[in-house]
Design a protein around this ligand. Structure first.
Ligand code: UDP
Length: 319
């Protein structure tokens, strides 16, 4: 069944809309008064993430793969492309899927945007910076990526897709922009996809050992999902055509410290153990967000402890 569209109503297509960030974005757009078409092939997303939206008359879910014809008849005004596996655990198992989703899939969606004269936002990643030699990472940094390493399928897929987005902006004058998402956490993180925050929380709640990879001195900065979603929205609405925006939190933590904080917040008796560091694991990562603060008037507001407490509550109900 199609959406019931009235004059002046805006339709947003969210691909990867049943995923962790995508489902929060669908909610946010509905609250802002958009009609939302959520497309997801459920490879990593789940219907559980959007089940509370299914009775909303402004929401429509299509179980489809972005590499195929989406067969959408409504006139779309905005496309938020978040469709891709993004977990390092999947890089080993599904490299071709990742490359084709960000290749053929993004190509399809860019053409759909052009056909609809829609604004387009591509969700890229901090992984385009690879194991960075510049710190913090600015949008102008070109990165340090091993194309044939274990993370190459994801890093290069996103780099290729970025180049294609820019090609559509230049050759076809499409109104598209790119965001680079840094580590993000919050409710609906997939329990099984091996991310550090979801791993540590589930391990701590089950009183199992917290598995720190390497010596735990590698750093990441973690953005709470509600902040991320606001940033994505601002990048679509205020972001310039053809521009690139880092979205993430500037507070940088050692992974070992994250383990200690989660152990404390969960009152867990778990011990901390040290496992092998995965190949090409970036040693440091932290966004420079001066550009988005200036041009999008956005910066994260949720402190790590507060965000982790909310995430722990979610996992307590789940496991
Ligand atoms: N990590 C860890 N233990 C885990 C999962 C991840 O020590 O159980 C480390 C991982 O090696 C990396 C960091 O935590 O240095 C963040 O990993 P994640 O998979 O969450 O995202 P990444 O930033 O690597 O894409």
């Amino acid at each position: 069944m199609g959406l019931d569209i009235k004059m002046n109503e805006k339709i947003a297509l969210v691909t990867g809309g049943a995923g962790f960030i995508g489902s929060h974005l669908c909610e946010y757009l509905l609250e802002k008064g958009f009609k939302v078409i959520c497309v997801d092939n459920l490879s990593t997303g789940s219907e559980e993430n959007i089940k509370h939206l299914k009775n909303n008359k402004n929401f429509k879910f299509l179980k489809k793969d972005v590499r195929e014809d989406l067969d959408i008849n409504e006139k779309i005004n905005y496309i938020f492309d978040l469709a891709s596996r993004a977990s390092p655990k999947d890089f080993k198992i599904y490299p071709i899927d990742i490359l084709t989703t960000n290749g053929f899939g993004v190509y399809n969606l860019l053409n759909l945007a052009e056909k609809n004269n829609a604004k387009f936002l591509f969700s890229s990643t901090s992984e385009v910076y690879g194991d960075p030699k510049e710190h913090p990472q600015k949008e102008t940094y070109w990165g340090n990526v091993n194309p044939v390493g274990i993370r190459g399928c994801y890093d290069e897929a996103k780099r290729f897709a970025e180049a294609m987005v820019i090609a559509f902006v230049k050759e076809r004058t499409l109104d598209a922009r790119i965001i680079r998402i840094f580590n993000t956490y919050g409710p609906r993180l997939n329990e099984y996809d091996g991310r550090v925050v979801s791993n540590f929380i589930t391990q701590a709640l089950k009183n199992e050992p917290l598995t720190v990879y390497g010596d735990g001195n590698q750093t990441r900065s973690f953005c709470y999902v509600s902040d991320m979603v606001e940033g994505i929205y601002e990048a679509m609405m205020r972001g310039e055509k053809g521009d690139v925006y880092n979205l993430g939190n500037e507070e940088e933590y050692k992974i070992l410290d994250i383990a200690k904080i989660i152990k404390e917040l969960t009152n867990s008796d778990s011990e901390i153990v040290f496992n092998d560091l995965p190949e090409d694991d970036p040693k440091i990562r932290k966004p420079d967000i001066s550009k988005v603060m200036k041009y999008l008037n956005w910066k994260p507001t949720v402190k790590l402890k507060e965000g982790l407490e909310r995430t722990i509550e979610y996992f307590k109900k789940k496991i």
